[in-house]
Design a binder for this molecule. Structure first.
Ligand SMILES: Nc1ncnc2c1ncn2[C@@H]1O[C@H](COP(=O)(O)OP(=O)(O)O)[C@@H](O)[C@H]1O
Ligand SMILES: CC(=O)N[C@@H](CCC(=O)OP(=O)(O)O)C(=O)O
Length: 281
């Protein structure tokens, strides 16, 4: 998908007040498996987050990788089952999740950011007890709900000029490793470090109603769309996690389409934006 055409100097001038406004602030950017199949897009997102970092915005990446987990599990003949959008995770599946998220995907993202000099460091929720969880329910097996985030570890990395790239795996109080839905990890991570923005990069033009993008949503409007089953499936954890993050002090949550080239830069640095922004009432 191509971008709308802007004159280059207009775009740069329009960006200036946003650059001033966000200098020194922290953005959490989550992206998932839905847009990880395209090599070109993966490299563009790495460029975009590096550019944000280079102009003085602190960036933390939280990544998913649901499609890649399913693909490796298929090869290993381990069946993928989902309950309410979350993957049933026994010990075998947990190993696959850990290999794919903390191994393949995490290091691929780090590599791509560092090509541009972005000083990315890949970590999982296991490192420094970054993500502490409690078991969600027996039906889901080893799936965790985030109870705590080691924010000082993330802040240390940021203060030392690193760009943390986080794989959503957590440990419970016994040190047992759990699979964590990446959308549900991104909200508490953003809240714990008082992020200015939480940006979900997915495969649709934000939240849609009757195939039309809604550019601006309040908390109550978002809740209404969930209650009316207009927001369904994979969009539910994003919006629910967004609402919790806003309640915890995150200023704005954006949901944007990663299939639009450089959507992240367009959303942050242009007045119109390209996705849906969710804000406090
Ligand atoms: N109202 C809605 N607006 C936009 N997308 C929606 C809506 N309701 C459900 N969805 C679904 O949510 C999906 C995005 O979630 P998901 O597939 O989990 O993406 P990701 O892998 O990026 O986390 C969209 O592809 C779309 O099918
Ligand atoms: C518990 C649970 O469902 N975990 C997810 C973790 C990856 C993820 O969330 O990836 P996306 O962002 O690409 O969907 C899973 O196993 O698929």
């Amino acid at each position: 998908m191509t971008n709308p055409i802007f004159r280059k100097e207009e775009v740069l001038v329009e960006a200036l007040p946003f650059i001033q406004q966000f200098e020194g602030k922290t953005f959490v950017v989550k992206y998932g498996g839905a847009i990880m199949t395209d090599e070109n897009l993966k490299s563009m997102i790495a460029q975009d987050v590096t550019l944000l970092r280079k102009i003085g915005i602190n960036v933390v990446v939280v990544h998913g990788g649901g499609k890649e987990i399913t693909s490796l599990a298929d090869k290993l003949e381990i069946e993928s089952k989902f309950v309410d959008g979350q993957r049933y995770t026994d010990e075998n599946m947990r190993d696959v999740v850990q290999m794919v998220l903390a191994g393949l995907i995490n290091k691929d993202i780090v590599r791509r950011i560092n090509i541009h000099g972005g000083r990315a460091v890949g970590i999982s929720g296991i490192d420094a007890n970054l993500i502490t969880v409690k078991n969600v329910n027996e039906e889901l097996g080893l799936v965790g709900e985030v109870t705590d985030v080691n924010s000082s570890f993330i802040n240390n990395l940021i203060q030392n000029g690193y760009l943390p790239v986080i794989a959503p795996i957590g440990v419970d109080e016994n040190g047992t490793i759990h699979n964590v839905n990446a959308d549900l990890a991104a909200g508490p991570i953003a809240a714990s470090i008082n992020a200015e923005k939480l940006v979900y990069i997915t495969d649709t033009d934000g939240v849609q109603v009757n195939n039309e993008r809604i550019s601006h949503l309040t908390e109550s409007e978002s809740q209404k769309l969930i209650n009316e089953n207009i927001i369904t499936g994979g969009m539910i954890p994003k919006v629910e996690s967004a609402l919790a993050a806003i309640d915890a002090g995150v200023q704005k949550v954006h949901i944007i389409n990663g299939k639009v080239e450089h959507a992240l830069l367009l959303e942050i640095f242009t007045k119109e934006g390209v996705g849906t922004e969710i804000v406090n009432e």
